[in-house]
Design a protein around this ligand. Structure first.
Ligand SMILES: Nc1ncnc2c1ncn2[C@@H]1O[C@H](COP(=O)(O)OP(=O)(O)OP(=O)(O)O)[C@@H](O)[C@H]1O
Length: 284
């Protein structure tokens, strides 16, 4: 049996629409250790969110399954908190209340009202949002909303934190700031994290391992790279670090050389199949 904290085993995923089956994922296998920070990277549409949604229990795999801390995933649960790119705060609730709603659900039976209040404040302080407790989402910036979303997820003390491009919608400076904050929190709490990103620098900076996915259809894991950079990591110092640049190069080469080729061959085949063989030969 696998000793992994999170185990994805032989996962296939097909979506069927109007009688046409789209084979999105094939044979996804991944073991994630407790406290590990994993990034999932791959071209748009390859199936990264589908993998995350299967782990979250929002989608059921067509084949294979997911085990978290010895239990099979069959439905969403507070042991797996999901943070999306577009902060999903309830607009009519304050910052405090948005976290409170998750804390009430998770700890209603195990913490007293005073403990719950302290816990909400602690998590909002952790993401530096303690000063804006009474504000509504419409009264704070995108970066601040994302912080509250992260505080809400952390406040559930999930076994696994699932981040779907959590910084994707932010400007570069806010993004860098939040990445540093997530690294600091991760160092303190040792969460097990699975994060989707399109940003190669973000993947290298934050991850213990980077999981690179091949292009769809029938996407699978093409390569897994260990990022053996010491922590804490400093983005400025790393900019001139040869190992950092090597890791960056590896991911870029996977995405834009290895996977680019597959795409070209695929489209050439498609053109040839559609009778446009001559055009395909010219472009080859
Ligand atoms: N609920 C669904 N029903 C039908 N097809 C779906 C569904 N969800 C995703 N797909 C299809 O599965 C494929 C993978 O989508 P997914 O969102 O997982 O990719 P992704 O790698 O996360 O993309 P991006 O990087 O653009 O967010 C796409 O072809 C998409 O159209």
């Amino acid at each position: 049996m696998s000793k992994a904290y999170l185990n994805i085993s032989r996962v296939d995923m097909d979506f069927t629409r109007n009688g046409v089956t789209n084979p999105v994922l094939r044979d996804i296998n991944l073991d994630v250790m407790r406290g590990e920070f994993i990034s999932l990277i791959g071209h748009s549409g390859c199936g990264k969110s589908t993998v995350l949604n299967i782990v979250a229990g929002l989608l059921k795999a067509s084949a294979g399954g997911v085990i978290v801390d010895g239990k099979e995933v069959n439905a969403p649960g507070p042991d797996r908190a999901l943070v999306f790119q577009n902060h999903s705060l309830l607009p009519w609730l304050t910052v405090y209340q948005n976290v409170e709603i998750a804390v009430e659900k998770t700890f209603r039976r195990t913490k007293s009202a005073a403990e719950r209040r302290e816990w909400i404040l602690h998590n909002l302080e952790m993401v530096n949002m303690g000063h804006a407790l009474e504000r509504l989402p419409s009264e704070i910036s995108g970066g601040m909303k994302q912080r509250v979303g992260i505080a809400r997820a952390l406040a559930m003390e999930p076994k696994v934190l699932l981040l779907d491009e959590p910084f994707g919608a932010l400007d570069a400076l806010t993004r860098a700031h939040l990445q540093d904050e997530v690294m600091r929190i991760q160092a303190e709490l040792h969460n097990t994290v699975m994060m989707i990103t399109h940003d190669v620098d973000e993947a290298v900076l934050l991850s213990d391992r980077i999981v690179m996915m091949t292009n769809g259809p029938s996407a699978t894991i093409g390569q897994i790279m260990d990022v053996e950079l010491p922590r804490p990591r400093d983005r400025i110092a790393l900019a001139d670090d040869a190992r950092y640049n090597h890791y960056r190069h590896e991911v870029l080469s996977f995405l834009y050389e290895k996977q680019r080729k597959v795409e070209d061959i695929g489209s050439r085949r498609a053109r040839a199949r559609s009778g446009d063989a001559e055009k395909a030969a010219v472009r080859a």
